[in-house]
Design a protein around this ligand. Sequence first.
Ligand SMILES: Cc1cc2nc3c(=O)[nH]c(=O)nc-3n(C[C@H](O)[C@H](O)[C@H](O)COP(=O)(O)OP(=O)(O)OC[C@H]3O[C@@H](n4cnc5c(N)ncnc54)[C@H](O)[C@@H]3O)c2cc1C
Length: 469
Amino acid sequence: MSPMTPARLTGTPGRTRVLIVGGGITGLAAAHRLRERLGPDAEIIVAEQSPRLGGKIHTVDFAGRPVETGAESLLAARPEAIDLARKVGLGDALVYPSAAKPGLSLGGELVDFPAGHMMGIPGDPADVTAVANAKERPDNGLPILEPGADMSVGELVRSRLGEEVLDRLVAPMLGGVYAGDVDRLSVRAVMPQLASALERHVRLTDAVAEVKRPAEGPRKPVFATVDGGLSRLVTATSACARAEIRLGMTVRELRQTPYGWEIIAGPVPDPIKLTADAVILAVPASPAAQLLRAVEPQAAAALSAVAYASVALASFAFDRLDLPERSGFLTPASEGKTVKAATFASNKWPHLGRRRQIVRVSMGRLGEEALLQHDDAALAKTALRELGEHLGRRLPEPVEQRVDRWGGALPQYTPGHGARVAAAREALAEHPGIAIAGAAVDGVGIAACIASGRHAADLIAAQLTPDSR
Ligand SMILES: Cc1cc2nc3c(=O)[nH]c(=O)nc-3n(C[C@H](O)[C@H](O)[C@H](O)COP(=O)(O)OP(=O)(O)OC[C@H]3O[C@@H](n4cnc5c(N)ncnc54)[C@H](O)[C@@H]3O)c2cc1C
């Protein structure tokens, strides 16, 4: 390493400085919350290694429309994402999907995806018999999960409702969110409400029915997005946080000192040394583990255990294409296709308009990383051919197309993930002034990431301003 460049970020004596590593939605939500908690004088720095903020949120102009290359919707059934959007001035820009529902592509036919399920698990086997042979296995009279215990989604569904429900309904649903292997995904991490219901019920369908029981009052939409694209949420959150944004700054090392934290960042031949009172790590598991190795090996080991799946998205714009009145479709891996799902974005999101049909095709399940080695033209060709097969006709030439790759983008929470993260946090509690947050630890969805970033900010703010607790 070359001699260290003197600190370029010199703090003002007496001002609290927090460094947030990672400029995805988690890091920005943390910055926003820290500003609320620490007030206008605190120095909040966001170090982001890439040339843009947002991480897996990235809106681009595509065929004259703002189209998402990564995440496309916010879960509105929980409050955090909608609350943040309103707080940063985007309340009026929130838009909701149409009533169109996704289909299921089975044997070359698009059929209705049954209603009344939770992530594909039915609350009543009769609801899904049109597409899967579902019969609840006899129970043993004991609750399915002991308190705090965990199992894989695959084991849970296969043993209670059989292979077809798992293959045709649950795996495609979870594949859309995690691109994962159902036999390696933790029930407690991916369906925490169901896991607690399983501690009370002896039948899986009863637990699902309890979790799915409709809330009192008017029905609220489950999903939302931002008119103009989710990148607006990124920009508005960053602006409201009034943080110092350092793009192109990779954080490489962390050291705890008697006064706080010493951070090495920037290019290897010309590193920058910073100091901060506290650090929030809002990066994927592998960089978080690497940064924690010298600080707290136990926490680093827990993070290293999180594997990631990769996905590729091909987007097409068509001038004239009669799409079925659906929001898209999912297809089981057993259908033997590369395409695992498609979103008919212009059907799903009325704000995009119907002048052109925009279709996003998703490819890649855990273990299919080789797929991402294909060049853009080959991936787009496969996506288009298979889209035609799923729709049962040859498609016209798209007027525009693009391919986006998300290598190692979706964390896979294996059984015991929650307990490992809790142990990591307990070990980190020995080191005041550091917190971990984001999709690597607390949930893949944007709403979960926002909650996680805000929680980390609250923890750090409480440590920095103990009187405010
Ligand atoms: C294709 C796709 C579709 C999705 N669709 C949805 C959806 O519709 N709805 C939904 O709710 N969720 C969706 N998700 C999931 C969701 O987008 C992500 O889980 C979430 O945005 C992750 O946010 P994050 O801030 O925790 O991490 P990231 O977005 O990964 O941000 C972490 C940031 O840290 C930076 N970084 C890494 N290492 C360093 C370092 N050493 N120094 C400095 N910076 C560093 C990275 O460059 C990155 O910008 C989707 C994800 C993908 C990939």
